[in-house]
Design a protein around this ligand. Structure first.
Ligand code: AMP
Ligand code: GLY
Length: 424
C-alpha cells in the first residue's frame, strides 16, 4: 500500500507541497484539507477547515494517514501537532508550545535573546503613550504581538504614522487584544532561509528572496508576498551553513533543552546588515511564496525528508539536494489586495500555460458552471525554472501574461535584482 499523506491548507504553498510530494518515488496517496480547485487535480480534497483542529485530527485518523504535513501557522498555534501526536499520527509541524515562536512576537524576541541570536533592539508596550516613549528614532518598526496574517507589521516614518499605527493595534484593536513590540528598524537586504528541523538539528534548505510590498520598487503596503526567487546571489553553501548555525541552530538547541523541541520547518526572515545577519522574525511553517520557488528545485525525495523531520532526530543521515537551476515565482493578486480583495472575477488562460511552468492555485474557486474565479487576495502563482535568472524570469512573465482576470495585480520587477547581480 502506498503511504497516505494529508496536507493541511488551501494556498499556493500547500499546492507546491502537494506537487513536491507527488514527485516522491513512494507514489503516495495524497489528500488535502480543504485544498482548492488547483490542488484538486493533484490530491483528493477533504472538506475540513484549517482552523478546526479536532475535525482535522479526526479526518487524519479516519483516513489512517501515515503523515500529516501542516501548511499554515494557525492550526499549529492552535495545537494540531499536539492533537495528532496524542493519536500517534506522524506530523510535520511543531507543537503548540514551539509554534509560539510565530504566535507571539514578544516570545520570539525573548527566545532570540536567551539563545543568543542577533536581532533588532526592542521592547513590548501595552499603550500608545508607552509606545511613543519607547521610540528612539525613525523609521521605527511596530509589530502586533499575535497572528495577523502578515499584516501586523508597520514601518512608521514619523511620529504621526507611529501614533496612528499604535492606536490601530492598541485602541482600535485591528487584530484583537494584544501588546505591541517596538523595534529598531534594520537596514540591508532581506533573505528567507528555511530549515528542516527534527527537534535536534536544523538542515538549511535553499535560500530565497521574497518581495513583500504590493508595488514595484518595494512601494506600497506590505503583503503576504508578491513573488520570490531561489537561490540568492552571494549566498553560497558556506554562508548558508554559517547562517543556519547562527540563526536556526541556537533556537533548536534552546527549545530542546526547554522540553519543547522544534520539529517541522523553521523559517527565519533575516536582514543582512552591515553589522552582520540579524533575525527579523521566525515563522514555524513554510513561507508563501518562497516555498513555490524552493520546492521545485528540491531533488531529494520530499516525502522522505519531511517524514524524517517528523521523527525525533530523524534528519541525522539526511542530506538535502537542490538543482542548480534558478526558480522565479510570480504572484497574481486580485484587485484591492492587500486591503479587501475583490472576488468572483473569471480567470482565463490557465490552459494556455506551457507544461514546463508550474502554476499553483491560492485564492481560486470553481463556480457551479465550471469556471475558475478569484476567491482571495493572492490568486495564483507562476513558477519557472531555468539555468539563469534571466531565463527563468522571462519564462515566468511570459506564462503569467497568458493568465488574466479583471483587476489582476502583478509586480513587474520580481527577480530583477538576481538578474542584475549575476549578469545572467
Ligand atoms: P515580520 O512579519 O516580522 O517578518 O515583518 C514583516 C516585514 O517587515 C519583514 O519581512 C521586513 O520586511 C519588515 N521588518 C520587520 N522587522 C523589521 C526591522 N526590525 N527592520 C526593518 N524591517 C523590518
Ligand atoms: N512570504 C512571507 C511569509 O510566508 O510569511
Amino acid at each position: 500500500m502506498p503511504p497516505k499523506i494529508l496536507v493541511v491548507g488551501a494556498g499556493g504553498r500547500e499546492h507546491a507541497l502537494v506537487r513536491a510530494l507527488k514527485r516522491s518515488a513512494a507514489a503516495p496517496e495524497l489528500l488535502c484539507a480543504p485544498g482548492n480547485p488547483g490542488i484538486a487535480a493533484d490530491a483528493r480534497l477533504l472538506p475540513v477547515a484549517v482552523d478546526d483542529v479536532a475535525a482535522l485530527a479526526d479526518a487524519a485518523q479516519g483516513e489512517r494517514c501515515d503523515l500529516v504535513v501542516v501548511g499554515p501557522e494557525a492550526p499549529l498555534v492552535a495545537g494540531l501537532a499536539d492533537e495528532l501526536a496524542q493519536r500517534a499520527i506522524a506530523v510535520f509541524g511543531p507543537s503548540r508550545a514551539a509554534a509560539q515562536l510565530e504566535g507571539s512576537k514578544q516570545y520570539a524576541k525573548q527566545v532570540m535573546e536567551a539563545a543568543g541570536v542577533a536581532t533588532a533592539r526592542w521592547c513590548a508596550v501595552d499603550d500608545v503613550e508607552a509606545g511613543m516613549a519607547a521610540i528612539e528614532s525613525y523609521p521605527v518598526v511596530l509589530k502586533f504581538d499575535g497572528l495577523a496574517a502578515g499584516k501586523g507589521v508597520v514601518i512608521a516614518a514619523d511620529e504621526d504614522e507611529a501614533r496612528a499605527a499604535l492606536a490601530g493595534f492598541l485602541v482600535q484593536r485591528r487584530f484583537g487584544p494584544g501588546r505591541v513590540v517596538v523595534e529598531e528598524c534594520l537596514l540591508g537586504e532581506e533573505l528567507s532561509l528555511l530549515a528542516l528541523c527534527d527537534g535536534v538539528r536544523a538542515l538549511p534548505m535553499a535560500p530565497a528572496q521574497d518581495y513583500k510590498r504590493i508595488f514595484d520598487a518595494d512601494q506600497g503596503p506590505n503583503t503576504g508576498g508578491m513573488g520570490s526567487y531561489s537561490p540568492v546571489p552571494g549566498v553560497g553553501p558556506e554562508q548558508l551553513a554559517e547562517l543556519a548555525v547562527r540563526v536556526h541552530g541556537p533556537i533548536v538547541d534552546l527549545l530542546r533543552r526547554r522540553g519543547t523541541p522544534f520539529q517541522g520547518v523553521l523559517y527565519a526572515g533575516i536582514m543582512l546588515t552591515s553589522d552582520g545577519p540579524k533575525v527579523l522574525e521566525y515563522n514555524v511553517r513554510f513561507g508563501d511564496p518562497e516555498t513555490q520557488a524552493v520546492l521545485p528545485r528540491l531533488r531529494s525525495d520530499a516525502l522522505e525528508v519531511l517524514s524524517a523531520a517528523a521523527r525525533p532526530g530523524g534528519l541525522e543521515s539526511v542530506e538535502l539536494d537542490f538543482a542548480d537551476d534558478w526558480a522565479v515565482t510570480l504572484v497574481l493578486a486580485s484587485a484591492g489586495y492587500p486591503g479587501a480583495p475583490r472576488t468572483g472575477d473569471v480567470i482565463t488562460g490557465l490552459d494556455d500555460v506551457p507544461d514546463a511552468i508550474e502554476v499553483t492555485h491560492a485564492g481560486t474557486r470553481r463556480r457551479d458552471d465550471g469556471a475558475i474565479v478569484t476567491a482571495g487576495g493572492r490568486v495564483l502563482n507562476v513558477t519557472a525554472l531555468a539555468a539563469t535568472p534571466a531565463r527563468a524570469r522571462d519564462a515566468a512573465y511570459a506564462a503569467a501574461q497568458r493568465i488574466n482576470f479583471a483587476g489582476r495585480q502583478l509586480r513587474s520587477d520580481i527577480a530583477l535584482r538576481a538578474v542584475e547581480r549575476t549578469g545572467e
